[in-house]
Design a protein around this ligand. Structure first.
Ligand SMILES: CC(C)(CO)[C@@H](O)C(=O)[O-]
Length: 388
């Protein structure tokens, strides 16, 4: 049995946990915070296009904090590794939280004891660009697998998931290791655009002196293993809906491609507080949406990813979202729930690349500045609530 620790059991994370356990090749320790008590008691209810109606499902182990997920060495009182909650080390630590720079920076120190050198890979299934950089800096000898998910899945109550679009997950190795020149196939195009990157830490899991730990082959093998595991869990869903996990060889290119959608639809729908269908049918499609998407394509092209964001791909991406769709992107859902949204990784990061290459982005820059104000008002409101 493979051991998985999953951090962030929202819409994307809960379905990932369910799929991983459905493979019957892995068991999941899920770290839950606000919904810990209710899920421990009643489990999740999942209404899924891929998996049907699932009632009261619980991951193998549910814990309320990262410290409660720390693997424990076997002792005389823990007879077998089958004991509930007893884990000797994780094969995969899967992070499906929101990609918020402050949140990730605060997670990193607590991730250290969950990472067993030579055994564990970190798996990020999150939106945005350059999200791998802080983890790559903190864990230079740990494979980092980067996952780009097109699933439409969200929490509708603390223990209910509504999953409406087939699970399409592109996943590959980030190839961040610096000591082996054959590793860095992306380095000529890979930008460190994160606003804050922690320094490598001095624990054994992140010792930068052990260059032999992480070959390109190790990273690729880990990505293949995760893809095979995930597809084993998708099983019948693949035949039913086309759900699939696909191994990609250039995760940065795959991220730019998804940004075409996220940086235009997510941001404009959030600013205007309308669904993707309303944006498509509004005058904003010609005046804002299409120019915004073309600006992302221009930035990606300047950074060396032109093939991924060709005119044909942009045209297809503009047309494939139906004008009748009531879908509200995750950024808008976050705003409506008063939660911080993924502005930095979805728009801040590509705009930093734009400024590096002097690519004009008049629409995206205005959208970014307007959303920064929206985010600021949200923070002010949160402060007022906390002060009460
Ligand atoms: C594009 C998307 C719907 C895919 O899951 C999601 O990334 C979102 O809403 O941010």
């Amino acid at each position: 049995m493979l051991e998985v620790c999953l951090i962030g059991a929202g819409g994307v994370g809960t379905i990932a946990a369910y799929v991983l356990e459905k493979s019957q090749q892995a068991r999941v320790t899920a770290v839950l915070r606000s919904n810990y008590a209710v899920v421990r008691e009643q489990g999740f209810d999942i209404d899924s296009v891929d998996h049907g109606d699932v009632r009261g499902w619980k991951p193998w182990n549910i814990v309320p904090s990262l410290s409660a997920a720390i693997p424990k060495p076997a002792t005389s009182t823990t007879t077998t590794s089958q004991d509930q909650g007893h884990v000797q080390g994780y094969d995969f630590v899967v992070i499906t939280t929101k990609a918020l720079p402050d949140l990730i920076a605060s997670l990193i120190p607590d991730l250290n004891p969950l990472v067993t050198p030579g055994k564990t890979s970190l798996v990020l299934i999150q939106n945005g660009l350059d999200i791998e950089a802080p983890l790559a800096a903190a864990f230079p000898d740990t494979p980092i697998l980067s996952g780009i998910s097109m699933i439409g899945s969200r929490l509708t109550s603390p223990r209910s998931i509504f999953h409406e679009d087939p699970d399409l997950l592109k996943l590959g190795a980030y190839f961040h290791h610096q000591d082996d020149s054959t590793n860095n196939i992306h380095n000529n195009k890979n930008h460190s655009t994160s606003s804050s990157q922690p320094e490598p830490q001095s624990s054994s899991s992140s010792s930068s002196s052990s260059s032999s730990l992480l070959s390109r082959e190790t990273q690729l093998a880990s990505a293949r293993r995760f893809v095979d595991l995930y597809n084993a869990g998708l099983g019948d869903a693949h035949a039913k809906t086309g759900a699939e996990c696909v191994l990609v060889h250039d995760v940065v290119a795959a991220r730019w491609r998804k940004l075409l959608w996220n940086a235009s639809f997510n941001t404009l729908c959030t600013l205007l507080r309308i669904s993707v269908g309303e944006l498509q049918s509004s005058p904003g499609r010609a005046a804002l949406l299409e120019p915004a998407m073309r600006e992302i394509a221009a930035v990606a092209t300047a950074a060396g990813f032109g093939e991924t964001v060709s005119d044909e791909i942009v045209a297809a991406m503009l047309d494939e979202t139906p004008a009748s769709s009531p879908f509200r992107p995750s950024m808008l859902v976050d705003l409506e729930k008063g939660r911080p949204f993924e502005l930095d990784v979805i728009l801040g990061a590509p705009l930093r690349v734009a400024s590096e290459y002097n690519v004009p982005t008049p629409v995206l820059t205005q959208v970014y500045e307007l959303l920064r104000v929206v985010q600021w008002t949200l923070q002010q409101n949160q402060k007022k609530i906390q002060e009460r």
